[in-house]
Each structure stands twice: as structure tokens, then as C-alpha cells.
Design a protein around this ligand. Structure first.
Ligand code: PLP
Length: 406
């Protein structure tokens, strides 16, 4: 008899963004003359850097000529891109990563959801709380979640690493045995991050406990502070316990183009089996490579011109983040993040839960954000605003929030 994968049915459904959309649309329908500002978007909005566009055009033209035409890309990525990543993202920061350890993909979402496939079905998983939902959902689909408890919002077999203002958004090391830990720094949704000493504790713990860290560095290019690692491979000991997942989406605006990379050190093994070999085996079987034109675009994002143009784009978003952070602080809110990430995380005013505050902000300031509880139980009582709208609209939103207090 035929059967579906029943674990898919266990997923509670993407309630968060659907519910945000429903409430926003209901409000706009009832108040058609109101100008609603969206600070909920987790997608970039500025166009690609000119150097990237130029590389795309050139690569498209190459596809028009038999002598330069490219078919299937190498399974693990073109060397021109892997070398650019190795040089700019690792060697330049003193991180020991070899070209052969960089595996190109179509993005960090695919890699962060697929990486669990190379591990056994019964391993114990720990995730940050609140968290980018992909790490949890991909493990639920693979049957590692146990039972979902509606009341606590937690899966019985997962270990939750709570991050709140009380622990300065630095979750404690797990007390129970854990095999795989997903870390995302700078963090989505809180916009907070770990400094070098904080992350070193995780590396040391993982080495001592035979655990592996999956480090999602999608937001590393937003880092502005000195003592914050851009890659986990900047830290001693990381090569025997860490896998890093990188994305071109937030760094270079590739959310629509699709490009990412996963880095697995050669010496990372379980029972003498190389995880890099397993991951490459998986990629060769299930993926035919990121498009040539997109890999050329990725390469161009590392040219001197490309880097300078991307820095300007990032500066634009950073200015929005600081505007939100400082404006909200001025308005009396308790605010976190925004310094090393395009996200500002705020504590909802006393007596309001995440959804109450969502409605309050929508009805009184016509601003849409994202309720923190949607990212996990420890997000309850928090709210996320993003820096991806225009400067003008962001400034207007901040003025509206300030005016609420008067
Ligand atoms: C946006 C985001 C990603 C997705 O990256 P893609 O490369 O676009 O798939 C991965 N991780 C986190 C934490 C993100 O916020």
C-alpha cells in the first residue's frame, strides 16, 4: 500500500507569515487610505551591484556561443568561485579553509535543511530558541522531532537553547548529551551575535563532547564590531567540530539568483568517516550544480569593484538598522540587535504579548513587523523589525513609533 512521509504532516504549518499577511490584509481592506509600512520583510530590496550585473550579462553572452558555452557545472562548484571564496572569506581573515573543502550550492536554505541527511536518524539535535525555522522543520521531516506540544511550542526530542535578554542572547551550553547543534550568528531573528570568546566556548564544548556545530553565517557581512567572528573557522579547534554554511543572499543580494556554499574541513569525521566525502557524495547524487552564470556573478561580488559596491549597499541597510534601534531606544523601548545584523529585536511593552504588539503597531502606527513568538517559545514577548525597507520609509516608521508615546 502506498504511503506518504507522515513526518511532513506533523509540521504545524507556516502559521507565522500567513497570519501576519492575513492581519495586514484585513487591516488594509478596512482602512484603504492608510499607508502601511512593512518592516517585516526578511528579503533584500536594493538591486544587485553593477559589477554583478555586468558579470551576469557577460556570462549570458558566453552561453550564446559554442566556443564558450557551459553545460553542467562541476558538482561541487567552479574553481574560480571556490578560490574567490577561499581567498576573501577565509584566508583574508586568517581562517584555515582549503578550496577543496568549499562546496557550492544554490543557497543556505537548501544546505541548512539538507545537511542533516548525512547524519544518522537517531541523533540528538539542539537548536537556538528563537530560531530560523528551517533547522527544526528539516529535522521534523526526517523524523527526529518526537511529539509537538502545542502548549510549550516545543518538540519532545529536540533540545532548545533559549536566548533571551536574561542571558544576553547567549544560550547556555546543553546539559544533556547532544550530537548536532545549529548555531546562527549574527542571529536571525534577534540580530544579536556571539563574540570570539563566546563562540570559542561552543567549539571547545563540541570537541570535548563529540558534538558537531552547524554554523550558519548568512549575516556575517553585517558585522560591524571588532571582536565578532565572521567565520567559525577563525577559531582554533573548529576544524574538528564545525560545518559552516554561507550565503550570497544577504551579503550580495542574491536572494533571487540563488548561491551559497557549505564548508566541511577534511579532518571532520564520525567513526573514521569523512563528513566532507559524505556531503560531496550527497551533492553529486542529488544536485547538478549551481548555474554557471550565477557562479560568475558570485565571483564578481568578490572583485575590488564588486566588493566596494556591495559595501555601499550593506551600509544603506546598516543605516536603517541603526535608525530603528536608536529611534526605538529614544521612544523608551528595550532594544537588541541591529549593530551586527539587519534585524532589531525589541521587548514588547509590559502587558502585551508578541501578537498584541503586532496589532497595536498595525492599528496605531500602520507598521507591520514580525511577532517574536513565531520564531520559537523564547521569542514570546519580543518583536522583530527589519532594515530592508527604504531609508525614507524606515525613517517615517520610526517617527510614527516615537509619536505613539506622546
Ligand atoms: C535568509 C537566511 C538564509 C537563506 O539563505 P539563502 O542562501 O537565500 O537560501 C539562511 N539562513 C538564515 C539564518 C537566513 O536568515
Amino acid at each position: 500500500m502506498n504511503q506518504i512521509n507522515k513526518d511532513y504532516q506533523r509540521l504545524p504549518g507556516s502559521y507565522l507569515f500567513a497570519e501576519v499577511k492575513r492581519r495586514q490584509e484585513a487591516y488594509e481592506k478596512a482602512h484603504p487610505d492608510q499607508n502601511v509600512i512593512r518592516l517585516g520583510v526578511g528579503d533584500v530590496t536594493l538591486p544587485l551591484a553593477p559589477a554583478v550585473i555586468e558579470a551576469l550579462h557577460k556570462a549570458v553572452d558566453e552561453q550564446a556561443d559554442a566556443s564558450t558555452f557551459k553545460g553542467y557545472a562541476p558538482d561541487h562548484g567552479y574553481d574560480f568561485l571556490r578560490e574567490a571564496i577561499q581567498k576573501n572569506d577565509f584566508a583574508a581573515r586568517g581562517a584555515d579553509v582549503k578550496v577543496d573543502e568549499i562546496v557550492i550550492s544554490d543557497g543556505a536554505k537548501s544546505d541548512s535543511s539538507n545537511i542533516q541527511e548525512i547524519f544518522g536518524p537517531d541523533i540528538k539535535i539542539a537548536v537556538g530558541d528563537p530560531v530560523y525555522p528551517v533547522y527544526i522543520d528539516s529535522n521534523i521531516m526526517a523524523g527526529r522531532g518526537g511529539d509537538y506540544n502545542e502548549e510549550t511550542g516545543k518538540w519532545s526530542d529536540l533540545v532548545y537553547l533559549s536566548a533571551t535578554a536574561e542571558n544576553d542572547f547567549k544560550p547556555a551550553l546543553p546539559e544533556e548529551p547532544v550530537d548536532l547543534v545549529y548555531l546562527c550568528y549574527p542571529n536571525n531573528p534577534t540580530g544579536t551575535t556571539l563574540n570570539t570568546a563566546d563562540l570559542q566556548k561552543w567549539v571547545d564544548w563540541a570537541n570535548e563532547n563529540d558534538a558537531i556545530l552547524i554554523f550558519d553565517s548568512a549575516y556575517e557581512s553585517f558585522i560591524t564590531e571588532e571582536d565578532v567572528p565572521h567565520s567559525i573557522f577563525e577559531l582554533p579547534g573548529s576544524r574538528t567540530c564545525a560545518i559552516e554554511i554561507r550565503s550570497f543572499s544577504k551579503r550580495a543580494g542574491f536572494t533571487g539568483l540563488r548561491l551559497g556554499a557549505t564548508i566541511i574541513p577534511q579532518e571532520l569525521e564520525i567513526d573514521g568517516v569523512s563528513l566532507l566525502d559524505l556531503w560531496k557524495r550527497r551533492i553529486s547524487t542529488k544536485f547538478n550544480g549551481a548555474p554557471y552564470i550565477v557562479q560568475r556573478a558570485g565571483e564578481a561580488s568578490y572583485s575590488e569593484e564588486g566588493k566596494a559596491q556591495i559595501e555601499e549597499i550593506l551600509a544603506y541597510y546598516r543605516r536603517n538598522a541603526i535608525l530603528i534601534k536608536e529611534g526605538l531606544e529614544e521612544a523608551g523601548y528595550e532594544v537588541f540587535g541591529g549593530v551586527n545584523a539587519p534585524y532589531v529585536w525589541l521587548k514588547t511593552p509590559a502587558g502585551m504579548d508578541s501578537w498584541d504588539f503586532f496589532d497595536f503597531l498595525l492599528e496605531n502606527a500602520q507598521i507591520v513587523g514580525t511577532p517574536g513568538v513565531g520564531f520559537g517559545p523564547s521569542g514570546a514577548g519580543y518583536f522583530r523589525l527589519t532594515a530592508f525597507n527604504t531609508y525614507e520609509k524606515t525613517a517615517e516608521a520610526v517617527e510614527r513609533i516615537k509619536a505613539l508615546n506622546k
